[in-house]
Design a protein around this ligand. Structure first.
Ligand code: 5GP
Ligand code: MG
Length: 175
């Protein structure tokens, strides 16, 4: 990506906040008595997860997993590796995966299979944003935030070469 590129706001922080609030209400309805494990996928989901958990007023646990999709650039290569696995035993626990964005679906399809082998009571997916036009592998999003266009997005946790994660809005990069 060109270093001259400038972020332009696509989804302002206030709209993200309203979306997180809605998702929190849906999650509260389904999980308030389940002491779920909210599993964030590093690094992109850290901002979303931090905002989400502060809107959940019931017992829960937070865990992280770090995945990498082999290959370079802005595309999933199709081969996913667990860089930092789960330390927590999730057998018989209700797991809610928290992801920043579902693009091709390759990462999530892999992760859901990986988690199911550990025999949790349930596994569902909450994704802040979804780029349905890019899907290669079907993924069920149980709690879905925003539908976004087929553009490379930064901000609110999303990076370009590790930059821009700290932007409060979701932005597109422009020349
Ligand atoms: P998938 O395996 O669904 O193609 O890709 C999922 C991962 O790719 C996301 O978790 C995210 O880390 C990254 N990703 C997908 N689309 C974008 C995007 O528009 N911007 C950024 N920064 N990362 C993206
Ligand atoms: Mg991610």
């Amino acid at each position: 990506m060109n270093t001259q590129a400038k972020p332009r706001v696509l989804i302002p922080g206030a709209e993200i906040e309203a979306t997180v609030k809605r998702l929190a209400a849906e999650i509260t309805r389904d999980y308030r008595d389940k002491n779920p494990v909210l599993l964030g996928i590093l690094k992109g989901s850290f901002v979303f997860l931090a905002d989400l958990v502060r809107k959940l007023d019931f017992p829960l646990q937070v865990e992280f997993i770090r995945l990498s999709s082999y290959g370079s650039g802005q595309q999933s290569s199709g081969s996913v590796k667990v860089v930092q696995g789960l330390r927590l035993n999730i057998k018989d626990r209700h797991v809610l995966v928290v992801e920043d964005i579902v693009d091709t679906g390759v990462t999530l399809a892999f992760l859901m299979e990986y988690l199911k082998k550990k025999k949790p009571a349930s596994v569902r997916l909450c994704a802040l944003s979804d780029k349905p036009s890019r899907r290669r592998v079907p993924v069920q999003i149980d709690y879905q935030g925003l539908t976004v266009p087929d553009r490379f997005l930064v901000g609110y946790g999303l990076d370009c070469d590790e930059k821009y994660r700290n932007l409060p809005d979701i932005c597109v990069l422009e020349e």
